[in-house]
Design a binder for this molecule. Structure first.
Ligand SMILES: Cc1ncc(COP(=O)(O)O)c(C=O)c1O
Length: 371
């Protein structure tokens, strides 16, 4: 959709990235560290100062003591961290529980390791986990459960009740968890982020993956980290050592400084909630129906009842003829399940969101109050 957006000069609300400038101080810090000569390889596991400040952050947020030497590894982004986990843990024939719709790297990353994704659809339209279905799908071969909260593409978040169900299901088993928490701070409506880091019985079997790109509005930086107990981190690093080995140095120095500004990440949810609400308000002029989004920077909209066109066809038509790129939610299902729902990224300037809605209003079927 991004290539099509570029070809047709459409506004790209498809791919998840902000269109506003990231923090200038953080940019200056990178520049400062480059000039100070911090341009050579840093430690394979990540700059120690950065790992220390991450451990402090985790303690502040989740009251969990993490050893920065043995339990944190800096990676080139969250996607790489997830790939590394799967490669470290999976053997051919292992089964991995994956909830759909799912971030697009999960299934190929499982399959490339010879393992088998066991797909469970989230309930529609609230995109919750059906834990009875999980119980049914667990087998002797189940090696791992993949979680993502806040969730891309739906904006749903795990609740305390989900955690209780998960705890019951994995207790006494050898099942690992990979928890994709790249939207950790992008959570709205006063909800609590249910990180695996809060729960020792879950953390002991978890690899928890994060992304600085999402926190600091710099998806192109491709830096993140993985937190896991030391025995699991050991396995993770066996893959990491001979793949990326070590990540971009000056950015790690800059992040080690900047991460100390707690207020920045603590106010991020409020900042994006305002954008979500602004977009929701603007979209009331159209007949699109919003589905609940409590986190991430995505908002799903249903056009059910307005058109029989497939999500893919309507997303292509919107891009080519009306200059608005979205993502068909069917792209996040292996079998292309089509609920007539499109994903919009609202991490954009207000003027961008306004222009998008103006363009959508030129599309006759979407014009007017949904009533
Ligand atoms: C659920 C999810 N996980 C991981 C990532 C990727 O993070 P990174 O860019 O740090 O690899 C994304 C990015 O869109 C995402 O939505």
């Amino acid at each position: 959709m991004s290539s099509l957006a570029a070809e047709y000069k459409a506004i790209n609300l498809g791919q998840g990235f902000p269109d506003y400038q990231m923090n200038e101080e953080l940019i200056s810090l990178v520049n400062h560290h480059m000039k100070a000569g911090h341009n050579q390889y840093v430690h394979m596991n990540g700059l120690p100062a950065l790992r220390n400040v991450i451990a402090e952050k985790v303690f502040g947020l989740y009251q969990r003591q993490i050893n920065p030497d043995t339990e944190i590894t800096i990676t080139p982004g969250g996607t790489y961290a997830i790939y590394t986990v799967l490669t470290a843990v999976l053997q051919p024939g292992d089964e991995v529980i994956v909830f759909e719709p799912a971030y697009d790297s999960y299934i190929p990353n499982i399959e490339i390791n010879g393992a088998v994704p066991v797909l469970i659809p989230l309930t529609y339209p609230d995109y919750k986990i059906d834990w009875n279905e999980v119980r049914k799908k667990i087998s002797k071969k189940t090696k791992m459960i993949m979680l993502n909260t806040p969730h891309n593409p739906t904006g749903s978040v795990l609740s305390k009740e989900d955690i209780i169900q998960l705890q019951k299901i994995v207790a006494g088993t050898g099942i690992f968890i990979v928890s994709d928490e790249v939207y950790e701070h992008l959570i709205f409506d006063g909800m609590q982020h249910e990180s695996m880091l809060r729960y020792p019985d879950l953390l002991e079997r978890s690899f928890v993956c994060f992304s600085f790109g999402k926190i600091y509005h710099c998806t192109g930086w491709k830096l993140g980290y993985c937190i896991a107990p030391s025995v699991l981190t050991n396995e993770f690093r066996k893959i990491h050592q001979f793949n990326c080995f070590t990540c971009n140095s000056p950015m790690q120095y800059a992040l080690a400084d900047f991460l100390q500004h707690k207020e920045y990440y603590l106010t991020l949810g409020g900042f994006l909630q305002k954008k979500r609400d602004y977009f929701l308000e603007l979209m009331k002029q159209t007949k699109f129906k919003p589905l609940p989004s409590h986190g991430s920077y995505f908002q799903l909209y249903s056009y059910g009842g307005l058109s029989d066109e497939s999500e893919k066809d309507i997303a292509i038509r919107l891009t080519k003829d009306f200059g608005v790129a979205t993502i068909p939610t069917s792209a996040f299902y292996k079998n292309g399940k089509d609920d007539k729902v499109l994903r919009f990224c609202f991490a954009k300037k207000e003027s961008t969101l306004e222009e998008v809605v103006d363009r959508l209003l030129k599309f006759d079927i979407f014009k007017g109050d949904p009533g």
